[in-house]
Each structure stands twice: as structure tokens, then as C-alpha cells.
Design a binder for this molecule. Structure first.
Ligand code: GDP
Ligand code: IMO
Ligand code: MG
Length: 435
């Protein structure tokens, strides 16, 4: 049975959480393979009495809301332990059973000094800042690559933990005190803080790569869920305005321990327009009333930091790029309902860079900064589409929009989001394959 990867096609917040939750009952394991509590996934579940329950998840895989599914935090994730337990407690208080959660012994933890460093580095950068979420993500991945990181397994050997914290602080305290003029951090306080979580964490910790291999061998279905998205990927995104992990499909293998030969499908989530949080280039960004319309109608405010998201039209050059670097087999277009009521819906099909047309992402980042979108104007629709459940029920112009996007991005559109609710989805093809 399959291993399926689910990624964001744009700059994040495409609706990955909703899509994962939707697949939850059909999959046995949902694995978060990258990022940390920089992610924010909002999931809305209709209750039998007609009310709607809203959940905001950051560190826990979206599969946590499905009682039959085992949620896994993979080795590629960076974990803020206080946030992890806060999130678990918050869900338990609302009646969600989190006891199935597994955490990789090789995942890195975010030590408190990296949260401080993330924030002071941004302040130091001034106008050159990235606009990070300030959660310590970048410094923790930097430590991982520099081989000075702290892993989950280190929490269970105090001697090793102390050695590693000492080694990290030898350097970090120089930076904190001498460059940023901040208080040096004591080894004891860091070790103590990390150890407060050790006993509670221990029963969740596993060799998750082995667990997942056995699950696949036993014919179970594994969904690998990305945080962030293609253009925030540290290798394939708009560097340096990216996050510090691999959010593209390749990251699913390194971040979980599942080899590429076992991946069967790659689902990319594509919002019907574009948004971005933080700094960095964004060719189709709208600074006018239309941008405000998308922000208001789409409720585009960050789940993690509450920042207003920058909004613009759909960019299919980005969509095509996502197809290429992720090997997308199926797209889910989300938030099509937000575009209802527009006379014309512009879609970016190429860029003009200093008079030269680019049909693919410019290889040179400076060209991307100067790219002017070339738009195709599609006809809009006025009908409320939130009750549509089949493709045929969508207005003809909404169908034509989907078909044109499908041509432009170069992979089939298998599902279409028509509202935030779990059931507000039009399905054209099974996301699990087979048709
Ligand atoms: P993620 O980070 O990719 O999981 O996305 P976020 O949860 O940060 O942002 C997506 C937002 O859009 C959430 O508030 C979802 O509830 C909402 N959403 C998802 N799909 C749809 C849809 O098809 N229509 C509408 N109107 N909202 C949607
Ligand atoms: P989900 O999973 C949108 C952005 C930040 C910043 C850059 C680097 O909800 O789609 P970081 O704190 O990761 O070092 O910040 O990446 N960013 C996101 N933008 N959605 C996210 O996650 C994001 N996670 C990080 O705004 O520009
Ligand atoms: Mg989000």
C-alpha cells in the first residue's frame, strides 16, 4: 500500500491541514517530516449538531484529529517541547485523544537560546530581515547542519545532554553577548528546562523510520505531510526568503526515513490565488483593493503569528515549478469559493523580465525579483459554490478555470476546496490513486 506525500505548492497556508485531515480516515499514519511550530494549520470540523469546531495545529501532524490514524513527528522536524505539550494539553482538554503520537528519537529540539537568537538576528538584519516566525527554527536547523544540535534522544542521558548544551553555548554565548549585547545563557538553566519534559516525552519516542517501514510492509497507508511549501524550501525556494528545511517532496524521505522507492503519489495543495507571509519576492502581489478583497474574503491572517498575509493572483509559473520539483501526481485547488463574484479572474501564465518572456521560473533570483506577471483573464462566476460536491455542479466558468489551471500547471486537479469545512470539497479523482 502506498506512501503519499502532501506538499504546499506556493508560499504556505494553502490548506494542507484541511487536505491532510480530509485524507485522515483513509490513512493509517500521518507523518510531519519538516519544520516545527512555524507551521499553522487550521482545520474546521462540522459537528453533528451543525456547529463548527476550529482547531489550530502547529507541531502536531494534522492526522491527530482522526482517531484511527497514528500521528508521527519525523526526524526532520524541530521540536519546541513546551509547545508540543501545550498543544497536546489543549487538544486533550477538547476531548481529542493524542495518546497514539510517536516522536522520532532523532528529531532535533529547539533549545531556548535559539528562540532568542532567531528574534535578535531578525532585529539585527533590519531591512534585510526574512520576516521569520521567531520560533527558533532557523538557528536550530543551522545547529543541526553544524553538528551542534540537541536531539530528542539526548534528553535521556543527562551527561550527554549537558556536554552538548555546553558545546553549543560555548559558541552561542559569544554571539549573544558580543554581537547582540544580550545576556549569556547558563548551561544549567537550559539542561533543566529540557529535562523537565523528558519523562513525559519518553513513552512517545520511537525509531519512527522502522515503525513506518513495517507499516508499509504490512500494507498500511502512510501520508507524509509537509509544513511550509515549495517556494519556502531552503533549496528550491526564493532563497534567502525561505524557511530552513526541505518542504518539497524530497524532504519527505530524508525527514521520515522512508526511501524514495516507496513513495507512490505526491499531492500538492494549490490555493486558487497566492499568499505570502514575511518578506521576499512575490510577482503577482496586489497592493490595491483587490488584494484587500482576497485578504478579507479568504480570511488571510496567519494562524501562527496573526500577521496579515500578502495576497495576489494565482501564479501558474509557480504551480508548474511545484509540479517539476515535487513530481506532483495530483493537485488539490483550495479556496476556489473565495474567487466567487469576480467579473474576471486573472491568472499569471508567464513573466516578463526586462522585455524577455519567461515561461518557467527564472533561474536567477534577481530576475524573479523583477518579474512582471503576464496575465490571462478568465471569466468569473457569481453562483455560491460552497454546496457543490461534484465537478458538474460547479458553474461552467468555475469548471473552465479549473481545467485551464490544470493545463497550465501540468498535472491533474483531483479535488477542489469550496469552503473551510471538512466536507466542503469537490472530488474528481481519488487522492489515494486508483482512478
Ligand atoms: P496550511 O498551513 O497549508 O495548513 O493552511 P492554513 O490552515 O494556514 O490556511 C488555510 C486556511 O484556509 C485555513 O483557515 C482553512 O480553514 C482555510 N481553508 C482551507 N480550504 C479552504 C477552502 O476550500 N475554502 C475556504 N474558504 N477556506 C479554506
Ligand atoms: P504553513 O505550514 C507561511 C515563513 C515565514 C518567513 C519564512 C521563514 O502554515 O504553511 P521561519 O520561522 O520558518 O524561519 O520563517 O517562512 N513561514 C511560513 N509562511 N506558512 C508557513 O507554514 C510558514 N512557516 C514559515 O513567514 O517568511
Ligand atoms: Mg498555515
Amino acid at each position: 500500500m502506498p506512501a503519499i506525500v502532501l506538499v504546499g505548492a506556493q508560499w504556505g497556508d494553502e490548506g494542507k491541514g484541511k487536505a491532510t485531515d480530509l485524507l485522515g480516515s483513509a490513512v493509517d499514519y500521518v507523518v510531519k517530516f519538516n519544520g516545527g511550530n512555524n507551521a499553522g494549520h487550521t482545520i474546521v470540523i462540522e459537528q453533528p449538531d451543525g456547529t463548527r469546531e476550529k482547531y489550530a495545529l502547529h507541531l502536531l501532524p494534522s492526522g491527530i484529529l482522526t482517531p484511527t490514524c497514528v500521528p508521527v513527528i519525523g526526524n526532520g522536524v524541530v521540536i519546541d517541547l513546551a509547545v508540543l505539550f501545550e498543544e497536546i494539553d489543549g487538544l486533550e482538554a477538547r476531548g481529542v485523544d493524542t495518546s497514539r503520537l510517536l516522536v522520532s528519537a532523532s528529531a532535533h529540539v529547539i533549545p531556548p537560546y535559539n528562540r532568542v537568537l532567531d528574534k535578535v538576528t531578525e532585529r539585527f538584519l533590519g531591512s534585510r530581515r526574512i520576516g521569520t516566525t521567531g520560533r527558533g527554527i532557523g538557528p536550530t536547523y543551522a545547529d543541526k547542519m553544524a553538528r551542534t544540535g540537541i536531539r530528542v534522544q539526548d534528553l535521556f542521558d543527562e551527561g550527554i545532554l549537558r556536554q552538548k548544551v555546553e558545546a553549543a553555548l560555548d559558541f552561542k554565548n559569544q554571539v549573544l553577548a558580543k554581537i547582540y549585547n544580550r545576556r549569556a545563557v547558563g548551561v544549567d538553566e537550559v539542561v533543566e528546562e529540557l529535562l523537565t519534559h523528558a519523562d513525559r516525552l519518553r513513552p512517545m519516542v520511537a525509531d519512527t523510520s522502522l515503525v513506518l517501514e513495517r507499516a508499509l510492509d504490512a500494507g498500511e497507508t502512510v501520508l507524509l505531510e509537509a509544513g511550509q511549501a515549495t517556494l519556502l524550501d531552503v533549496d528550491h525556494g526564493t532563497y534567502p526568503f525561505v524557511t530552513s528545511s526541505n518542504a518539497t517532496a524530497g524532504g519527505a524521505c530524508t525527514g521520515s526515513g522512508i526511501p524514495p522507492t516507496r513513495i507512490d503519489r505526491v499531492i500538492a495543495i494549490l490555493k486558487a490565488y497566492s499568499t505570502r507571509v514575511g518578506e521576499g519576492p512575490f510577482p503577482t502581489e496586489l497592493h490595491d483593493a483587490m488584494g484587500e478583497f482576497l485578504r478579507k474574503t479568504g480570511a488571510e491572517y496567519g494562524t501562527t503569528t496573526g500577521r496579515p498575509r500578502r495576497c495576489g493572483w494565482l501564479d501558474t509559473v509557480v504551480g508548474r515549478y511545484a509540479t517539476r520539483v515535487n513530481g506532483v501526481t495530483d493537485f488539490v485547488i483550495t479556496k476556489l469559493d473565495v474567487l466567487t463574484g469576480l467579473e474576471k479572474v486573472p491568472v499569471c501564465v508567464a513573466y516578463d523580465v526586462d522585455g524577455v518572456r519567461h515561461d518557467e521560473m527564472p533561474v536567477n533570483q534577481s530576475d524573479f525579483h523583477h518579474a512582471t506577471p503576464v496575465y490571462e483573464e478568465l471569466d468569473g462566476w457569481w453562483e455560491d459554490i460552497s454546496a457543490c460536491r461534484t465537478f458538474e455542479e460547479l458553474p461552467a466558468n468555475a469548471q473552465a478555470y479549473v481545467v485551464r489551471v490544470e493545463e497550465l500547471v501540468g498535472a491533474r486537479v483531483s479535488a477542489i476546496g469550496v469552503g473551510p469545512g471538512r466536507d466542503e470539497i469537490v472530488t474528481r479523482h481519488s487522492l489515494l490513486g486508483g482512478d
